[in-house]
Design a protein around this ligand. Structure first.
Ligand code: SAM
Length: 275
């Protein structure tokens, strides 16, 4: 979308996380300001582009596994990002055309593009909403019959919780995950990946720069242990909470993606246990 034709709510003067991620994935829905921000981030945090690709491949394996092996038929993709290749509904509906997907993102560019690329059929919808508004998101999905009682459900938080700040209320990432789990049934699924580092200095430098670049629209790089806390009380599926490259890698992926990176996407998939 050229700058002249943009809806007025799209701000091309401040970098956006959605557009920076699009750039790292090789997309074209980004502006000079995003490209400059990525260049600055790359100076202190190498490997952003490989991490974006690794994360996207994890997302694809998670969706495929949940639909094919666990019979998931309804999905909320929190912080879905700009449409790209292999969007969640495309992966899921190739396996089962009846899978219903609700995409949620608060970046206006996602809505602008999502209307054509993501809201493709009666089984998909794009919600321009804050992913922390759990009640409104579930109410929408139920009202539109995208979520139906008793159907196996998955909620995705793929590379998004680091966009949320810690806060002492229900807007905190852990509290948001908890609210979502409360809306799920036993046997339903939650998938998370999150930018992580075990180096406190690195975490702080990246967090400070991302705050500066996005004018505060960001959260924090967290440690592996902090991310593992989000899975408390859930039954984590094998192979556990891992560098997502190691989460059920495709056979042709073995041997690839083994290089040492400056940081990682840490995550896994869990099931809501019987009460
Ligand atoms: C790094 S991208 C991840 C996209 C996608 N989940 C993936 O893994 O490919 C993070 C996305 O989260 C969105 N996001 C950040 N904070 C959000 C919030 N509070 N509510 C909804 N979306 C949010 C951003 O706009 C961006 O599109």
């Amino acid at each position: 979308m050229s700058v002249e034709n943009l809806p007025s709510e799209i701000d091309t003067t401040t970098p956006s996380v959605a557009r920076m991620y699009d750039l790292y994935l090789g997309g074209v829905e980004n502006y000079d300001v995003d490209r400059q921000a990525c260049a600055e981030l790359d100076r202190i945090a190498p490997d952003c582009a490989p991490l974006a690709r690794i994360n996207r491949a994890f997302l694809a394996r998670v969706v495929r596994t949940l639909v094919e092996e666990y019979g998931v038929t309804q999905i909320i993709d929190h912080g879905s990002g700009l449409p790209t290749q292999n969007n969640v509904h495309e992966i899921a509906q190739r396996i089962n055309p009846d899978v219903r997907v609700v995409y949620v993102d608060n970046d206006p560019m996602v809505l602008a593009h999502g209307r054509t690329c993501l809201d493709e059929n009666d089984n998909t919808a794009v919600l321009s909403m804050d992913m922390r508004d759990t009640a409104e998101i579930f109410d929408f999905a139920e009202r539109k019959r995208l979520f139906r009682p008793g159907a196996r459900t998955a909620c995705l938080f793929i590379s998004v919780l680091h966009c949320l700040k810690d806060s002492p209320d229900e807007r905190d990432p852990a509290a948001v995950v908890h609210k979502v789990v409360q809306r799920l049934q036993p046997g339903d699924f939650l998938a998370i990946s999150h930018l992580a580092s075990e180096d406190p200095g690195f975490r702080q430098r990246v967090t400070d720069l991302m705050h500066e670049l996005t004018q505060g629209s960001w959260g924090r790089v967290r440690s592996r242990a902090e991310i593992e806390e989000y899975f408390t009380g859930l039954d984590v599926l094998p192979p556990g909470i891992v560098d997502v490259r190691g989460w059920r890698p495709d056979p042709d992926q073995a041997g690839h993606d083994q290089q040492r990176l400056a940081w990682e996407e840490w995550g896994g998939v869990a099931q809501v246990p019987e009460a």
